[in-house]
Design a protein around this ligand. Structure first.
Ligand code: AMP
Length: 115
């Protein structure tokens, strides 16, 4: 078995994180290097590498992740100003942790297109 990713170590409570939501299927915590006033990551507890490696049977899990993103955004007070949800998949997108994660960014106007 390969080495655990940093996110797997957070799921296993081996390293600390500022957790904002946890349930049986996912975890949300503040990004250690925030790119906006609010920058939270939401990850499944299941070890999925990226969107690319999702299986058809992960559809219900993905629905749960999207609804949890909505709930976390509400909890963090992001609804009025709006927010962005991003997942980086693979090298060109700059994915640096090989465990599926969604960035939830808000608290300031966000420019488009991304770099
Ligand atoms: P990506 O570049 O899309 O793979 O995003 C990985 C994100 O994980 C980056 O925004 C990092 O700042 C963040 N990150 C890395 N290690 C930790 C950690 N221990 N706790 C919280 N966020 C982390």
């Amino acid at each position: 078995m390969g080495e655990k990713t940093i996110f797997q170590r957070i799921i296993d409570h081996e390293i600390p994180a500022k957790i904002v939501h946890e349930d049986d299927r996912c975890l949300a915590f503040h990004d250690v290097n925030p790119q906006a006033p609010i920058h939270v990551l939401l990850i499944p507890k299941q070890p999925i590498t990226s969107i690319e490696t999702l299986a058809d049977q992960d559809a219900a899990l993905m629905g749960h992740l999207m609804l949890t993103i909505r709930n976390v955004a509400r909890q963090l007070g992001l609804v009025e100003g709006g927010y962005r949800v991003v997942t980086n998949c693979g090298q060109d997108a700059g994915q640096s942790v090989d465990h599926l994660h969604f960035h939830i960014l808000g608290g300031r106007p966000l420019s488009w297109p991304p770099g």
